[in-house]
Design a protein around this ligand. Structure first.
Ligand SMILES: Nc1ncnc2c1ncn2[C@@H]1O[C@H](COP(=O)(O)OP(=O)(O)O)[C@@H](O)[C@H]1O
Ligand SMILES: Cc1cn([C@H]2C[C@H](O)[C@@H](COP(=O)(O)OP(=O)(O)O)O2)c(=O)[nH]c1=O
Length: 673
């Protein structure tokens, strides 16, 4: 996360004082997160003789006292540092944290650990508020937002580093230290980090003393309100309650699984690594799938993963599940942010975001504290069914199971509130999103909203009269005021002409059916991109002499390649552009060839049974989708065919007079023959 931030704002860190401030902030944040883990671990260690319940209460109490000051509204903290010199405040906070954390293992008693946790938390808040104000002072007004964003990312991102550092220190302590001293090492390192952080702030020199910017006001309830707010809040509360509970009981649960502090650190590390991935992937996953639905749904895997964590007593599995839960929380948060951005009015976005942040913070705090305390109250239980193997079910398991149920229930409520696609089947939308295609209701036209124009294709065998009828249709449409583009395949573009030369030249020998298919598809891709789509975009009627069906009929049925594979290649080549209407001029090859005098090209000179198969292929395609086809007997006289085509085309024509003009004249043009 930190790296993303750095990459996104290279300019901010190129400002010297800000870079030094950022270094201090990174160290201080690392120390903050490390203190959470180190103090929790020590609380467990110093009460090791007191039994499961008391140990769990000690963990809960440390988490509570350490986290409590962070619940102070940002505005209050900012007001607090208003009158202080920022640099002095930060250096003093660092020095005090150094002293307090150093003293904790030296005293080695819970009575001192608890107030120390609280004091450390208060100093952390003081430091952060001073740093935020200092960053505002150091950055020029146009860079302040970037600098603050980077600061927030750094502060959150260092959780991952702190957990990894804690796990490593625990491993190191186990290798070189004995007994009680093992839990002390992280605290000594923690104290040292604050010392270095303090020195870094001291080295900053004077920090300008402009009054801190007034913190963004919450804007009252109404300003942050928008329709999805409640649903978002419920879903996020459900997911983060599960996350908070898992982290709250992490130390205890890992200890009962004989995991030690390295296991505890690894678990927390997994949670934050998952969270970072989820935050990154959230906005990118599942394409067009409704963000509101995604958020509502996130509670289901969150609940199930928590239930699995409650029931499967295995450290490795627990770590993996925690990573998954972190990932879900990350996706949920990123998704909520997207929804706020998409749905809240601009001035309501900031307050809505602040509201959700505070909510998540409070939920995390409550879950973090209540979970270990409840776990302690429930205690340890062991079931030994006659003849079966023993199964232990501790307070940690019971709490996680209960939270899992709550999360699933909130999911139910949240999903109902958030669902913005009632009537669209969830399974259908989800499966379309997983395949990476837009959801199209059964029977609906997938390109209904894509283009304004109309797309008509003429298909059929050699000499069926496609060129003749396409030309007559275009003339008729132009006479009625339409913008018409007539085109053909293969060879409507510059590249297409070269492909056509290869494809139809009798000198081209040994071309494999697949290569032939791909060359026709390449011509078509170019045709769509450069001729058809731009014309449809501007609202024109495009009339093409041959399109995808020719490939299906000639290469599929004629060359006997699997039609479905050819369809797939062509879907890709055309971006799934399909004609609104295909006019199939159906004629026997004998009749068609009988109309030619010119020498046969490479395709035309295929044997008669090839052309018979092509004809059958065309007919099958039309039979499979009668709504989009007009099949005409091309043996009829030309005028008769023209009339049949006009009757059908008339049904799909848009109004040639722009709506605005029509409003003025109140006349409705009728299309005559
Ligand atoms: N319905 C018809 N009856 C008889 N001859 C036709 C008919 N339609 C077209 N023709 C003639 O057949 C020949 C081939 O027509 P054309 O439109 O080029 O076919 P295609 O483009 O399908 O190969 C042309 O000489 C055309 O005048
Ligand atoms: C567009 C297309 C054409 N073809 C063949 C059909 C024709 O024989 C030839 C195109 O020749 P052309 O002379 O343009 O066609 P028409 O017979 O309509 O005047 O290419 C395919 O085999 N696959 C395709 O995808």
């Amino acid at each position: 996360m930190t790296r993303t931030g750095v990459a996104a704002q290279p300019g901010v860190l190129s400002i010297g004082p800000l870079r030094r401030m950022w270094t201090a902030l990174s160290l201080s944040s690392l120390g903050d997160w490390l203190s959470f883990l180190a103090l929790t671990a020590l609380a467990w260690a110093v009460t090791s003789d007191e039994g499961f319940a008391l140990q769990s209460y000690a963990v809960g109490a440390v988490l509570f006292l350490r986290a409590l000051p962070t619940a102070l509204p940002a505005g209050a903290a900012a007001a607090l540092v208003e009158r202080l010199d920022r640099r002095t405040a930060m250096v003093a906070a660092d020095a005090l944290r150094f002293a307090v954390l150093l003293s904790v293992p030296l005293v080695g008693r819970l009575e001192w650990l608890l107030p120390a946790a609280f004091v450390t938390g208060c100093l952390a808040v003081l430091w952060r508020a001073s740093a935020t104000a200092a960053i505002g002072d150091l950055a020029s007004p146009d860079r302040a937002a970037d600098a603050h964003r980077l600061a927030v990312r750094t502060a959150h991102g260092s959780a991952l580093g702190a957990a990894a550092l804690f796990a490593l220190l625990a491993l190191l302590a186990r290798a070189v230290l004995s007994g009680d001293a093992r839990a002390d090492l992280p605290l000594y390192v923690n104290a040292a980090i604050f010392l270095v952080s303090g020195a870094a702030v001291f080295a900053l020199g004077a920090v300008p003393g402009r009054p801190a910017d007034a913190p963004a006001s919450a804007g009252g309830r109404a300003a942050g309100a928008f329709p999805a707010r409640r649903g978002l809040a419920v879903a996020l509360a459900g997911v983060f309650a599960a996350g908070g509970a898992v982290l709250g009981v992490a130390k205890i649960y890992v200890a009962t699984l004989h995991g030690g502090d390295a296991g505890f650190g690894t678990l927390v590390c997994a949670a934050f690594a998952g969270l970072a991935c989820g935050l990154f992937q959230g906005p990118r996953m599942l394409g067009d799938f409704s963000r509101r639905r995604l958020l509502g749904l996130a509670t289901v895997p969150a609940g199930l993963v928590t239930a699995a964590a409650a029931l499967i007593h295995n450290l490795v599995v627990l770590v993996v599940l925690t990573a998954v839960l972190g990932w879900i929380a990350g996706v949920a948060w990123a998704t909520a942010r997207t929804v706020v951005h998409a749905e809240a009015e601009e001035e309501a976005r900031g307050p809505a975001q602040t509201f959700l942040q505070s909510l998540v913070r409070v939920v995390l705090l409550v879950a973090l504290v209540v979970a270990p305390v409840l776990a302690g109250a429930i205690g340890r239980h062991r079931f030994e069914p006659a003849g079966g193997s023993a199964y232990s079910f501790d307070g940690t398991n019971a709490v996680l199971l209960a939270v899992a149920l709550v999360t699933l229930l909130t999911g139910l409520v949240a999903y109902r509130q958030l669902d913005d696609r009632r009537g669209v089947p969830l399974a259908g939308e989800l499966s379309a999103a997983l395949r990476g295609v837009p959801y199209v209701p059964p029977g609906a036209d997938p390109q209904a909203d894509r283009y304004r124009g109309v797309f008509i294709a003429f298909e059929g065998g050699e000499g069926a009269g496609k060129t003749t009828q396409a030309r007559l249709t275009a003339i008729w449409l132009r006479d009625h005021g339409y913008d018409v583009v007539t085109t053909n395949e293969p060879g409507a573009t510059k590249v297409g002409m070269r492909l056509r030369a290869i494809l139809l030249d009798k000198e081209t020998t040994g071309l494999s059916p697949r290569a032939e298919t791909l060359l026709y598809a390449a011509d078509r891709a170019d045709h769509v991109a450069n001729v058809i789509a731009p014309a449809l975009d501007r609202g024109a009627i495009v009339v093409t002499d041959r399109y995808v069906d020719s490939s299906l009929a000639y290469q599929g049925y004629g060359r006997q390649l699997p039609p479905e594979e050819i369809a797939e290649v062509n879907r890709w080549a055309t971006g799934e552009l399909r004609p609104d209407l295909t006019v199939l001029l159906d004629v026997s090859p004998q009749t068609g060839f009988g109309r030619f005098a010119s020498p046969a090209d490479r395709m035309e000179s295929q044997p008669m049974d090839f052309h018979e198969r092509v004809r059958r292929g065309f007919r099958k395609l039309a039979e499979a989708d009668p709504d989009h086809y007009l099949v005409v007997d091309a043996g009829l006289p030309q005028e008769e065919i023209t009339r049949l085509i006009r009757d059908r085309v008339r049904e799909i024509l848009p109004d040639p007079v722009p709506a605005g003009t029509e409003d003025i004249t109140s006349t409705f043009p009728a299309i005559a023959d």
